[in-house]
Design a protein around this ligand. Structure first.
Ligand SMILES: NC(=O)c1ccc[n+]([C@@H]2O[C@H](COP(=O)([O-])OP(=O)(O)OC[C@H]3O[C@@H](n4cnc5c(N)ncnc54)[C@H](OP(=O)(O)O)[C@@H]3O)[C@@H](O)[C@H]2O)c1
Length: 300
């Protein structure tokens, strides 16, 4: 599995990342099953795991953490990403009246401490601000993020779902570099390729992590775009002795920006096959063939 360096932070991610948003949705949330998914990833060189404080209504990090607690040698074999700033209305926080974003220093510090405790870890490899906060005090947030790196609790910093004006404002108030923007990118969601987001990320040295790279499963649904894509994905899968989901991942990975898909399947057989996506080459014309099938028209 190819490795990706995050700026000059010394942090090295696997090109494919496993996301745990849906971990608590699995019918089997036993430690043994969580461990089986972790092992199946590690066997393929998928060493980076994407968390957020809120996943599974604040339960996923602790579920995953049980596996780390049971075998402390696991932690050093992987990189852990977490995120914060979304405050959910939840039984975990009974006083909350509304969903909101919180990028205050106290909130970020507390969220990271909770993530570290839940994950039975001393350090996060990457912390992301989950969504742009329209109420952000950039100086306060930037200083809080810098302090987390200086204290050793976090190795690298980034953002998620940010537009360039959001991350440039935050970066202006920081000493450490933001090195990642994690955004939605897949065959059904292609805006970042043309709205300046992916271009600005390359200009500013932010690596691209793509969440919901299979459109959260909608790629295999009945929308007109999914139906147009289906025969082409099947044909390319056959040509590559592979499967349509891996072709869709390869479509993202073949882009010159070096996109890192964050996959979310709970199906262990699908997890076992993931690294096959790295062997599929999508050439320029095929890339546009898939783009055109998705959009329903040729490019202008
Ligand atoms: N930063 C953010 O704002 C943000 C937002 C959303 C997600 N994320 C991250 O991105 C990760 C991945 O998101 P995601 O789970 O939406 O990713 P995804 O890989 O696009 O979608 C996974 C879903 O697709 C289904 N699926 C996969 N392959 C399939 C196939 N061949 N046929 C039918 N269904 C299939 C899976 O079902 P099975 O489980 O049955 O395979 C699962 O429900 C999350 O875990 C999280 O870490 C980040």
């Amino acid at each position: 599995m190819e490795k990706v360096q995050l700026g000059n932070t010394g942090v090295e991610f696997s090109r494919l990342v496993y996301g745990v948003w849906r971990l608590a949705d699995d019918a089997d949330t036993s430690v043994a099953n969580v461990r089986a998914k972790i092992d199946t990833c590690l066997e393929q060189g998928i060493t980076t795991f994407d968390h957020a404080d809120i996943y599974g209504d604040y339960r996923c990090e602790a579920l995953f953490g049980q596996a780390l607690a049971a075998d402390p040698t696991l932690r050093q074999q992987m990189q852990l990403v977490s995120k914060c700033d979304i405050a959910l209305v939840s039984d975990t926080f009974p006083g909350r009246r509304v969903k909101y974003y919180d990028t205050s220093a106290a909130y970020i510090r507390n969220s990271v401490d909770t993530s570290l405790a839940n994950l039975h870890s001393e350090q996060l490899d990457l912390l992301l601000i989950h969504r742009p906060d329209p109420f952000m005090d950039a100086a306060e947030t930037g200083a809080a993020l810098d302090a987390l790196v200086d204290s050793g609790k976090v190795r690298a910093l980034g953002v998620s779902n940010f537009m360039h004006w959001d991350w440039r404002l935050l970066q202006q108030h920081m000493k450490h570099r933001l090195v990642v923007n994690q955004i939605e990118m897949n065959l059904l969601q292609r805006e970042a390729f043309t709205d300046g987001t992916l271009a600005s990320m390359q200009l500013d040295g932010l690596a691209a992590m793509a969440w919901s790279p299979l459109a959260g499963g909608a790629l295999f649904g009945d929308s007109p775009a999914a139906q147009r894509l289906r025969p082409l994905l099947r044909r390319l899968a056959e040509q590559n002795n592979s499967s349509p989901d891996l072709v869709a991942l390869a479509w993202l990975m073949s882009h010159p920006a070096g996109i890192m898909p964050v996959v979310g399947t709970n199906n262990i057989e699908r997890v076992r096959a993931l690294s096959g996506a790295c062997d599929i080459r999508i050439d320029r014309e095929t890339w546009f063939e898939l783009w055109s099938a998705a959009s329903g028209q040729e490019v202008p």
